[in-house]
Design a protein around this ligand. Structure first.
Ligand code: AMP
Ligand code: GLY
Length: 422
């Protein structure tokens, strides 16, 4: 492919920064645009505001965009991919019906049951009475989940019947908005968690890496759940045999099932897995790349990203060659003090250029804005300080060295990212 393709990336997080950065190195890509982007993305590619779907479509025509890459789940669940496809614009990301794999936990659990895909046993409820009835003779812990999107917050582990009753009441009384109008109650699974990625064009699927995330805010997996405080890849726990089991037993049956259901999934399947004693089980699907998983995936990816993403939209993924380097990658998230609760906005982050100067380091931005020559923190998760190295230990040490060079007293990070991979 020659360098004449223009790409538009939708989103504003570290995930989108990592995708833009890797796409920029693609020999098949000429121009990259990101809407809305952020302070760091704007240093790598052109950022702009496109407030409506109509504005996106118009921009794609004006700039001869040959692929739109949709980063976050919200526009997917709302059907942006369908509208782009109807306008004959190629789009990386599933249709609204296929995005139900992320948008409705009830849909996904039903699909797993119908097609024998391993997941926790569960019940699905649309009323508090039915849910409470289900609790009779149950042992604890049990996991209670809002059906719809809840920004990663709609999951409560109940350690007793009273906690379960409280969780049911809070979900049905709107603690997670409309996403809690129906709920799942499921068996508590134990084991290490892995984020597993596969690209699919609706018919074939290829592995696209895996990582371990750190979801709690503080060291030692303490504190509240967050979007993710750091990642490393590849987790040594993911053996070749296990990868094969996941592809054969979870990913490929899902691709097949979605096709049979009349809503083929095109894009990236992000399986949240629990590696239980009985084998890997699906905790949840996401219909998009992970954040901060993408930062370490892109740090290790060493093929041409454009044809791989394009093939998800247009088919022919089975003919696409991808590869990852043998190096390890670690991403340490720096967040605003107070995150995931309330935090101040507007502090200036200094010394980024020097901190990110080493060739093995890339600082991906999430909640930042460029004001004049300053980079200012405007979000919860703000930076993803990412480094590669021969081993996980080396990558971790290089990442933390870069973190300590960043002058931002208003931020914090965990100090134990990747330790469980050592
Ligand atoms: P989810 O948003 O479904 O990925 O859930 C968020 C987190 O809750 C997961 O990363 C797990 O740590 C935990 N979790 C979800 N489902 C279960 C389960 N069935 N058993 C144990 N932990 C779970
Ligand atoms: N890091 C978890 C997610 O992207 O959902």
């Amino acid at each position: 492919m020659n360098k004449m393709n223009n790409v538009l990336v939708i989103g504003s997080g570290g995930r989108e920064h990592a995708l833009c950065w890797r796409l920029k190195q693609s020999p098949s890509v000429a121009q990259i645009y990101c809407a809305p982007g952020n302070g760091g993305i704007s240093q790598d590619v052109t950022c702009l505001t496109l407030a409506t779907t109509e504005a996106i479509i118009e921009f794609c025509r004006e700039k001869a965009i040959s692929l739109v890459v949709i980063g976050p789940e919200q526009p997917l669940v709302e059907g942006l991919a369908d509208k782009l496809t109807s306008a004959s614009i190629a789009c990386f990301g599933p249709s609204k019906m296929a995005a139900r794999l992320e948008g409705s936990k009830g849909f996904t659990k039903g699909l797993c049951k119908k097609y024998g895909i391993p997941t926790a046993d569960y019940g699905f409820f649309t009323s508090p009475d039915a849910a409470k009835n289900f609790l009779k003779n149950k042992t604890y812990p049990l996991v209670i989940k809002a059906d719809g999107l809840a920004a990663g917050k709609g999951v409560i582990v109940a350690n007793s019947q009273s906690e379960a009753l409280e969780a049911i009441d809070s979900m049905f009384s709107g603690a997670f908005g409309d996403s809690g109008k129906s709920i799942i109650i499921e068996e508590f699974l134990e084991g290490p968690e892995v984020s597993f990625f596969a690209l699919t064009d609706g018919t074939s699927a290829i592995e696209f890496g895996y990582a371990q995330d750190h979801k709690r805010a503080f060291d030692g997996d303490k504190g509240p759940n967050t979007g993710g405080m750091g990642t490393y890849a590849p987790p040594p726990i993911m053996t070749d045999a296990l990868r094969k089991t996941v592809m054969q037993g979870i990913i490929l049956p899902t691709v097949e099932a979605m096709k049979k259901e009349g809503c083929p999934f095109k894009g990236v399947l992000f399986a949240g897995l629990m590696l239980t004693k009985q084998g890997p089980k699906l905790l949840e699907y996401n219909a998009r790349f992970g954040d901060p998983e993408t930062q370490v995936l892109m740090a290790r990816f060493n093929a041409d990203l454009y044809p791989a993403l394009l093939a998800c939209a247009n088919g022919g993924l089975d003919k696409v060659k991808i590869s990852f380097s043998n190096e390890a990658a670690v991403c340490v998230v720096m967040a605003s003090k107070g995150y995931p609760g309330t935090y101040e906005k507007g502090s200036v982050i200094k010394n980024l250029e020097k901190a990110g100067g080493a060739p093995a380091v890339k600082i991906f931005h999430a909640g930042t804005e460029k004001r004049g020559s300053d980079i200012v923190a405007v979000g919860g998760r703000v930076l993803g300080v990412t480094a590669t190295g021969k081993t996980i230990r080396e990558a971790r040490d290089v990442a933390y060295k870069a973190v300590s060079a960043i002058d931002w007293p208003e931020g914090f990070c965990r100090s134990d990212i990747a330790n469980k991979g050592l």
